[in-house]
Design a protein around this ligand. Structure first.
Ligand code: PLP
Length: 406
C-alpha cells in the first residue's frame, strides 16, 4: 500500500522567474563586487512605504484589548468581523456598488483566496487566463489538472484582450489594473467580458488588487458593470493599497446572486471558509478597518501618491525615449517594449550589466511578454530617478550602437 500523490504537482513549471533573476544578480555581483552598491532594484513587487500611523495605532489598541480579560477575543467569525465588512461595504458604495455584508468575506490576502476559490469548481472545468499573466492563476489550476486557454495580448490590443469564441471557458481570470502590464479595462471592455460570461455561463474571477491606483475614470470593481453580479467573484487586497503585504488582509466578494449547477456560490464559499479557515486575526482586522477611516485614507493616499510619482518618472522617461509601454498612470507597473527588438532576458542582462538596474523580464509572465520588461513604482524617488537617468543613457548608447552597426 502506498500513498498516491497529486501528480499535477510534478508537472508544474519550476517557479523560476524570481530565482533566476536572483541567480543572475548573484553572478553579476561576483563578477563586479565594486558595483554592488550601485544596484537599483526596479523589479520589486513589494511595497516599501511603512504602514500608516492610523493603522498601527488601531492595531496597538487592539493588541491591548487582547491582553485584558474584559476585551479579550478568541475565535472570531471565519468570514470576518462586521465592523470591517461594514467599512468595505461603504467603500464599494462610493463606486455605486451595493453589497450585502454577507457577500463580503475577509481573507488573509488575495493570493490565498484566488487559489482556495477553486475548491468550488470541478476539475474538469476549462480556464481562460490573459497572457501575460500573474502566475498564481496558472499554477493553482495546474495543481488541479485543469485545461488552460491563453488569451494572448500584445501592442495591437493594448495588452487588454477581449473575448473571442475560442476563449469560451468555464472560468475566466481578469486582472485590472493588470499585473504585470499595468493595463486597465474600461467599462466597455469589461462589459464585453461580462456579456460573454453571461452568454456562456462562465464565471469571471476578477482580481482588483490594484484598484486603488486608478485615477482616471475606470471601473474599480467589476460590479460596476451591469449583470456582473450573476457572473463574477471579486478578489481584493490591502497589500498594495495600505502596505499590508506583511500584515496580510484582503477580501473576496461572492454575490448571493451567483448560482451554477444547482449551487449557490456564496453559500458554498461560506461553507468552505467555515470549514477550512479560522479567520484573520482581530488585531489585523482592526488595522484593516482603520484603512477605511478618514485619517487612514489620507495617509494611504500620501503613500500611493508617492508611488504614483515614481510611476510618472518611469512613464516620462519612456515618453521621452519614444518607447512603447502600458501602465504607469493607473497602476504601479510600467510594461515596456524592449528597445531594439531585444528579447526580455537579453534586455534584462543589458540593463543589469550596463546600468546596474534590475527589471523583471516579461517572458516570466508568459509568451506575450517575450519582448517586454516590467518596471515597478515601489522604489524611492531618488532611486527611481537615478535608474531612469541610467536607463536613458543606456538607450542613447544602444541607439548609437545600432547606428554604428549599420
Ligand atoms: N493579485 C495580484 C495581481 C498580485 O499582483 C498580487 C501580489 O503581488 C496578489 C494578487 C496577491 O495579493 P496579496 O498580498 O493580498 O496576497
Amino acid at each position: 500500500m502506498s500513498v498516491n500523490i497529486n501528480q499535477n504537482y510534478l508537472k508544474l513549471n519550476e517557479s523560476y522567474l524570481f530565482s533566476e533573476i536572483a541567480r543572475r544578480i548573484r553572478v553579476w555581483q561576483q563578477e563586479h563586487p565594486e558595483l554592488a552598491d550601485k544596484l537599483i532594484r526596479m523589479g520589486i513587487g513589494d511595497v516599501t512605504r511603512p504602514l500608516p500611523k492610523t493603522v498601527v495605532e488601531a492595531m496597538v489598541k487592539a493588541s491591548r484589548e487582547m491582553g485584558e480579560a474584559e476585551t479579550f477575543r478568541g475565535y472570531g467569525p471565519e468570514q470576518g468581523y462586521d465592523f470591517l465588512k461594514e467599512a468595505i461595504q461603504k467603500y464599494y458604495g462610493r463606486f455605486g456598488v451595493d453589497l450585502r455584508q454577507d457577500e463580503i468575506f475577509i481573507s488573509d490576502g488575495a493570493k490565498s483566496d484566488l487559489g482556495n476559490i477553486l475548491d468550488l469548481f470541478d476539475k474538469d472545468n476549462s480556464v481562460v487566463v490573459t497572457d501575460p499573466v500573474y502566475p498564481v492563476y496558472v499554477d493553482t489550476n495546474m495543481m488541479d489538472g485543469r485545461k488552460i486557454i491563453y488569451a494572448m495580448s500584445s501592442e495591437e490590443n493594448g495588452f487588454l484582450p477581449l473575448p473571442k469564441n475560442e476563449y469560451r471557458a468555464d472560468i475566466i481570470y481578469l486582472c485590472s489594473p493588470n499585473n504585470p502590464t499595468g493595463a486597465v479595462y474600461d467599462r466597455e471592455g469589461l462589459t464585453k467580458w461580462v456579456e460573454f460570461a453571461r452568454a456562456h455561463g462562465s464565471i469571471i474571477l476578477f482580481d482588483a488588487a490594484y484598484e486603488c491606483f486608478i485615477v482616471d475614470d475606470y471601473p474599480h470593481s467589476i460590479y460596476e458593470i451591469p449583470g456582473a453580479r450573476e457572473v463574477a467573484i471579486e478578489f481584493c487586497s490591502l497589500s498594495k493599497k495600505a502596505g499590508f503585504t506583511g500584515t496580510r488582509c484582503g477580501y473576496t466578494i461572492v454575490p448571493d446572486t451567483l448560482e451554477r449547477d444547482g449551487g449557490n456560490l456564496n453559500k458554498m464559499w461560506l461553507r468552505r471558509q467555515t470549514t477550512k479557515f479560522n479567520g484573520v486575526s482581530y488585531i489585523t482586522q482592526r488595522g484593516a478597518e482603520a484603512v477605511f477611516t478618514e485619517a487612514g485614507e489620507k495617509e494611504i493616499e500620501e503613500n500611493i501618491s508617492y508611488y504614483r510619482e515614481n510611476a510618472r518618472i518611469l512613464t516620462d522617461t519612456m515618453d521621452k525615449l519614444g518607447i512603447y509601454y502600458t501602465g504607469g498612470k493607473n497602476s504601479p507597473y510600467v510594461w515596456l517594449k524592449c528597445p531594439g527588438d531585444m528579447d526580455s532576458w537579453d534586455f534584462f542582462d543589458k540593463l543589469l550589466q550596463e546600468a546596474c538596474v534590475v527589471g523583471t523580464p516579461g517572458a516570466g509572465f508568459g509568451k506575450s511578454g517575450e519582448k517586454f520588461l516590467r518596471l515597478t513604482a515601489f522604489s524611492t524617488h531618488e532611486k527611481t530617478k537615478e535608474a531612469m537617468e541610467r536607463f536613458e543613457k543606456l538607450i542613447s548608447g544602444l541607439k548609437m550602437d545600432q547606428i554604428q552597426g549599420v
